[in-house]
Design a protein around this ligand. Structure first.
Ligand SMILES: C[S@@+](CC[C@H](N)C(=O)[O-])C[C@H]1O[C@@H](n2cnc3c(N)ncnc32)[C@H](O)[C@@H]1O
Length: 265
């Protein structure tokens, strides 16, 4: 599907998230859905989005501190200020970033934003198909898997069921020692009723469904890596920064988050 075929009357998770972050790449149906979610489903919607985005940015800086200068961002979303390549290339101008998303508006705006940037690219693919991503010409030209890569799966796994996720093992298999695995994902822990309303809302109104994961399930996603301190915590609790969004208790950010490092076998 290309951007001219987008159904702008059905709310889409990528564009709702963009609206919650204060972005401009969304349609009236997405804005209405976001307002409706805040009113009747989850009042913390924008806080969830902003706390997640702030975690992503801190995690990218952490990876840079580890000497990692290549990023594979699965489910990268619609670009807004503070994208992975902006943070990475600000510190390391030669840093490489490959974005992947299935949503045509996200891919088109990312492609536009990256014009003239030889060290960053985007692949229009479903992340559940690792071959389409890893065997793409963009991956071949941008990423060197013999060196460490940060694999970012930030706020995307909740669109993927555990069964579908088994197809994604190949990403982990290609990571060299020193690589990082960065994860945040929605949970129903400590917010069961709200999560049920979110699940129902997406099932009835959007073109994307959500799957919540418990903290134990998220911990299991780090198997085979060395989980870095402070472990799997709410997004605002992962190595917080004074500039982070505030105003709600950490668990209202709704996502567990963590970073694991791949060590020598
Ligand atoms: C909530 S946004 C997160 C964006 C970014 N990772 C962040 O944390 O700021 C989730 C993104 O995942 C994308 N997505 C969902 N399912 C996907 C799939 N199966 N393949 C590729 N992208 C997917 C959506 O289109 C959306 O852009």
């Amino acid at each position: 599907m290309d951007v001219t075929e987008v159904d702008c009357t059905t709310p889409n998770a990528a564009r709702i998230y963009d609206y919650d972050l204060g972005g401009e790449h969304n349609f009236a149906a997405d804005r209405a859905a976001s307002e409706e979610i805040q009113r009747t489903v989850a009042p913390t919607g924008p806080f969830i989005a902003r706390a997640n985005r702030a975690f992503l940015q801190r995690a990218v800086r952490f990876c840079l501190d580890q000497g990692i200068d290549q990023f594979l961002d699965l489910g990268s979303g619609i670009p807004t200020v503070g994208n992975v390549h902006e943070i990475a290339q600000d510190r390391q101008p030669g840093a490489r970033v490959l974005y992947v998303d299935v949503e045509p508006v996200a891919v088109a705006t990312t492609r536009h934003l990256l014009e003239g940037n030889d060290h960053a690219g985007v692949v229009h693919a479903d992340v559940r198909d690792p071959d389409a991503v890893l065997d793409s010409p963009e991956a071949a030209s941008l990423l060197d898997f013999s060196r460490p890569v940060a694999l970012l799966t930030v706020a995307v796994l909740h669109y993927i069921t555990p069964q579908e996720q088994t197809r994604m093992h190949r990403y982990r298999e290609v990571l060299a020692p020193g690589s990082a695995v960065v994860i945040s994902t929605l949970t129903a822990d400590e917010r069961a009723e709200e999560a049920e309303r979110v699940e129902r809302f997406f099932a009835e109104n959007a073109d994307t469904q959500v799957t919540f994961r418990t903290r134990d399930e998220v911990l299991a996603l780090f198997d085979g890596t060395e989980l870095v301190s402070p472990g799997v915590v709410w997004t605002p609790q992962w190595r917080p920064d004074p500039a982070d969004p505030a105003g709600w208790e950490p668990h209202r950010a709704g996502c567990w988050a963590g970073v694991g490092l791949v060590r020598e076998p």
